[in-house]
Every structure is written in structure tokens, then in C-alpha cells.
Design a protein around this ligand. Structure first.
Ligand SMILES: [Zn+2]
Length: 75
């Protein structure tokens, strides 16, 4: 499984697919944090932006989510 489209990433995020952790990062515009796929946070899709790496998410101004701790997984 690859996660190279927004639809594939959203599907993985919706199902909290742990296999997708680290494959991409989910930035939530309303909270200013970025998450891994298995995070329990459930934002609306319209508020979500996908990033290929945590560096990209950070560069866009997001910080690590305190719930899923995206910095503890290997990217
Ligand atoms: Zn999170």
C-alpha cells in the first residue's frame, strides 16, 4: 500500500491505519498540529493538509500533536 494521493491518505487516516504511521503526516489547520495516521483526533477533511514529512509540516508552521506524538515514529 502506498499513500501517494490525498484520497489514499485520507482513507488511511479515517481507519487509523497504523501501517501508514510515518508514511505521511496530517496537518490540521484548525489546531495547528500535525499527526500520524493512527491519531485519535478526528478533524474535518476540509481542515486537513497532508505532508510527506514532518519537516514539511514543521516548515508550514505546524507543531507535533500531543496525542499521537508524531515525532516518535520513524518516517
Ligand atoms: Zn495527533
Amino acid at each position: 500500500m502506498t499513500y501517494d494521493t490525498d484520497d489514499a491518505r485520507w482513507a488511511a487516516w479515517e481507519t487509523r491505519d497504523r501501517a501508514a504511521d510515518g508514511a505521511f503526516f496530517v496537518a490540521v489547520r484548525t489546531t495547528g498540529v500535525y499527526c500520524i495516521a493512527s491519531c485519535p483526533a478526528r478533524p474535518l477533511r476540509q481542515n486537513v493538509v497532508f505532508h510527506d514529512s514532518r519537516e514539511a509540516a514543521r516548515a508550514a508552521g505546524f507543531r507535533a500533536c500531543l496525542r499521537c506524538k508524531p515525532d516518535r515514529v520513524a518516517a
